[in-house]
Design a protein around this ligand. Sequence first.
Ligand code: TLP
Length: 342
Amino acid sequence: MTIIDLRSDTVTLPSEEMRKAIYEARVGDDVLGEDPTVNELQDKICKLTGKEASLFVTSGTQANQVAINAHTQPGDEVICEYRSHIFNYECGAPGLLSGVQLHPLQSDYGILEPDKIIEAIRPDNAHFPKSRLIAVENTHNRWGGTIYPLEAIKELRNLADEYGLKLHLDGARLWNASVATKISIKEYASYFDSVAMCFSKGLGAPAGSIISGDREFIKKAHYYRKVYGGGMRQAGFLAAAALYAIQNNIERLLDDHHRARVLAEGINALPGFIIDLEAVQTNIVVIDTSLNHLTAPQIAEALDMEGVKLNAFAPTRLRAVTHLHITDDDIKMAIEAFKTIN
Ligand code: TLP
């Protein structure tokens, strides 16, 4: 049976060409700063983001956590969004590793409201933690791949400046936002003190993420990467995959977005499933199953029997993610599989 794996864009495997790039990579000891391919990747990302410095890290989680540690002091507070990856899927790492507390805010589509942020910023008073950092996500995973509007980002920057806060972007899928809006990575990055981006999601590399910021920030981040065990020595093999991915796999993300839309419209037309089509802006589809007599995990299990894999990420919500292994036929077959659920 063909397996259509829509659990995540993290499941992609390197293509033959990417494997060749990995095989041919020139490598050195990156902990000593001597891996030419890692250095090439970091330089390339500086050009792409317009930032002074960049650091290759093991994962998106490490990128966010190193950034949080570099921006904060123990006892500080980080304002974030309540469905964000940092708050939900990073094992409580801000408390564990940086000794900071998160202050999650409710939102629609992951877009923080300035008034709510202002309300959340702590007064300068001995009772309170120090508000230090705002972290947002673009695209926003749990909201269904939604894009943070540029105007809202500009407002965030003004607010952060007014209150003396740093601004971090979890841009694990910033590539998707950029191709969808035609707003460059550089433009997005220009409003943030630090930006994290992943190579192992839609771009199809086997592992690795990057953070960018000013030299002082990256110097601190470098230290924390080592603290977290992220010094990878001959990491050029992974950087070569990332370079290949940047060269070849960005524009094609539009195909993933198109397929996500077709999938969303197909499933939304079926009884027992509701999709907020407005939220389907990139490669993620969130399916509300609350009208169905089966729970989301039960539906996921039934679909699995049909060869379609999805994540049940709440009792009444499923997530499907399109990526470079998913074809138009796979989308048709996935919709057919949904028709068997009743
Ligand atoms: N997200 C994964 C899971 O952890 C949920 C996925 O399958 O989508 N930021 C965002 C917005 C992410 O979606 C992810 C991964 C990360 C950070 C962390 O990346 P990794 O998995 O490389 O640590």
